[in-house]
Design a protein around this ligand. Structure first.
Ligand code: NAD
Length: 381
């Protein structure tokens, strides 16, 4: 299968490299597209494939049966819609779109063209530790969930990173900051493992960077029976990465490289009922510890090909067999994290707890206002 990459900047060029060097079985690089003439010239020299300036020309050319879209966020919907409507299998980089309103439009277009496979690049889902966490929660081994906390402050980004491309960390260019760019991965994991929360209260700050969007987030998601705290930033060093989920039958933690689950023999309610001691019976409180490591094989694979390559491989396999069940994540699954992000931004702007999902039109209007303000005051423009 010939796969084309649209947008061959930092991420797209890594995808193109993987296709070109045969790291994705059954696929070869068919063509590339980029609006930047220098990038196109370099791409033609490097990969010896056609390099188009306009995504429509590439899609109409017949050079590819599938595309990977790795352009800045606002262009995802238009490009993916065009590709799907022309029968090309389409893998979109995260986020699916900037607003839930636009994402819904794309998902509805994909629905009408089910002959083409539609997928999203949620490479963090290929981390076996998060997959194991999901299995433990869904199997009921942790009991009823009573608390969750996710802290991700180890995805450091310098001012140099923000200055590399004008679209980064702006409302007009990117549609947000750390929430829509980095946290989209962890927010996807959160809703993948725990399901969608009902509401959120969120506070955003900009710390130590000349950007107009947030790089520091504190949020509390309401799940009805329990709350989940979410803390993320991209300015802290050395930073921490820790998911913790407590249930009535145990405690689960995932840190970089390791999952630890402490599994009780009985539910806490039973321990409480049986207890004739103030701090609970020692014997009843005993637990079994299960550990899982990320593993050298995964570290090596990430070092050679990048974690994203596993998503590329699943995408090509799904496209070849016309079987979306082989995907790491279907395109429409991009809506979950985006809904959370839209609600978190809305809460940060209004200062109020917001229901999830927020009204899509109201969010689009509030974002348009943010862009207006940015254009009037932006330190970047
Ligand atoms: N999955 C991951 O881990 C991961 C990591 C980094 C970036 N990303 C995502 O990849 C996408 C691109 O990010 P990046 O860091 O590579 O950005 P980038 O700015 O380095 O590259 C984007 C490229 O797209 C080109 N482009 C812009 N508009 C275009 C259009 N309409 N048609 C064709 N080309 C166009 C630009 O000229 C540029 O070369 C974003 O969605 C980003 O969130 C994902």
């Amino acid at each position: 299968m010939r796969v084309a990459v649209i947008g061959v900047g930092r991420m797209g060029s890594r995808h193109a490299d993987n296709f070109a060097k045969g790291a994705v079985p059954g696929a070869q690089l068919g063509a590339v597209c980029d609006i930047d003439p220098e990038v196109r010239a370099k791409a033609e020299r490097k990969w010896r494939v056609n390099a188009y300036a306009d995504f429509r020309d590439l899609i109409d050319s017949g050079d590819a049966e599938a595309v990977v879209v790795a352009t800045p966020h606002y262009s995802h919907v238009e490009i993916c819609k065009y590709a799907l409507e022309h029968g090309l299998h389409t893998l979109v980089e995260k986020p699916i779109a900037v607003t839930a309103k636009d994402a819904a439009e794309l998902i509805s277009a994909a629905d009408k063209h089910r002959d083409a496979i539609f997928a999203i690049m949620y490479n963090q889902r290929t981390n076996p530790l998060y997959a194991q966490a999901k299995r433990l929660v869904e199997s009921g081994r942790l009991g009823k969930i009573i608390r969750a906390d996710f802290t991700v402050t180890d995805w450091y980004r310098s001012q140099y990173y923000y200055d590399m491309n004008g679209w980064r960390a702006s409302w007009s260019g990117e549609g947000g900051g750390t929430l829509i760019n980095q946290c989209v991965h962890q927010l996807d994991l959160l809703q993948w493992i725990l399901g969608m929360p009902q509401d959120v209260a969120c506070k955003c700050r900009t710390v130590g960077r000349n950007i107009t969007t947030e790089n520091d987030v504190t949020a509390l998601f309401g799940y009805g029976d329990f709350d989940c705290s979410f803390r993320a930033s991209t300015h802290e060093l050395p930073g921490v990465n820790r998911l913790e989920i407590a249930g009535t039958k145990g405690l689960l933690t995932v840190t970089r490289g390791m999952l630890t689950a402490k599994l009780l023999r009985m539910d806490e309610s039973e321990i409480n009922a049986r207890s004739r001691r103030d701090y609970g019976n020692k014997e009843d409180k005993k637990y079994r510890t299960v550990r899982k490591f990320y593993g050298i094989g995964n570290y090596l694979c990430d070092a050679f090909y990048g974690q994203q390559c596993r998503v590329l491989r699943a995408f090509v396999a799904a496209a070849e067999k016309r079987d979306p069940d082989l995907l790491v994540a279907r395109g429409e699954e991009g809506m979950g994290a985006l809904s959370l992000i839209n609600a978190m931004n809305m809460s940060a702007w209004t200062g109020a707890r917001e229901a999830i999902p927020v009204d899509a039109d109201a969010y689009a209007a509030a974002l348009a206002e943010k862009i207006e303000q940015e254009r009037a005051q932006s330190p970047k423009q």
